[in-house]
Design a protein around this ligand. Sequence first.
Ligand code: SAM
Length: 153
Amino acid sequence: MQTEEQLKQLVKEKYSEIALQSTDNNKASCCGAGGCSTEVYNIMTDDYSQLEGYNPDADLGLGCGLPIQFAKIKRGDVVVDLGSGAGNDCFIARKETGETGKVIGIDFTDAMIEKARTNAEKLGFHNVEFRYGDIEKIPITANIADVIVSNCV
Ligand SMILES: C[S@@+](CC[C@H](N)C(=O)[O-])C[C@H]1O[C@@H](n2cnc3c(N)ncnc32)[C@H](O)[C@@H]1O
């Protein structure tokens, strides 16, 4: 029987591998890298590419649906994305918050945080921040989020 920490370590290792792969490797599965049955997860994998704010570099094919579309995000909101991966939902959320808001992505896989930060830098976004941390102990102060989203975590 593995401890909670061992299981989390395994999850981090798998997502580190995925972060370093090309998007095409993961397109067919919400869990990426062929870790799940494509038959089941193909049904849940939606196409983000038509959405405003979509950034192909941030889409590793890991999402299950489009939570941002239903989150009623307003201009100026602070949005927190739990398990943000390469930042796919964060960049779409940033389109909704605009420059006056802020988006904070949280993930416990270093390689994902690195990839997400690179994506934000390329876009020149200063109000999209990626923080390393476990979502069971969220690294933000209380009462700052207007909207909290999480996609397939
Ligand atoms: C299936 S991916 C989804 C990524 C992103 N939400 C998307 O739709 O592209 C799951 C992500 O959650 C992260 N994750 C899983 N458990 C976590 C935890 N306890 N704390 C922080 N991040 C976690 C993984 O590192 C991975 O990047």
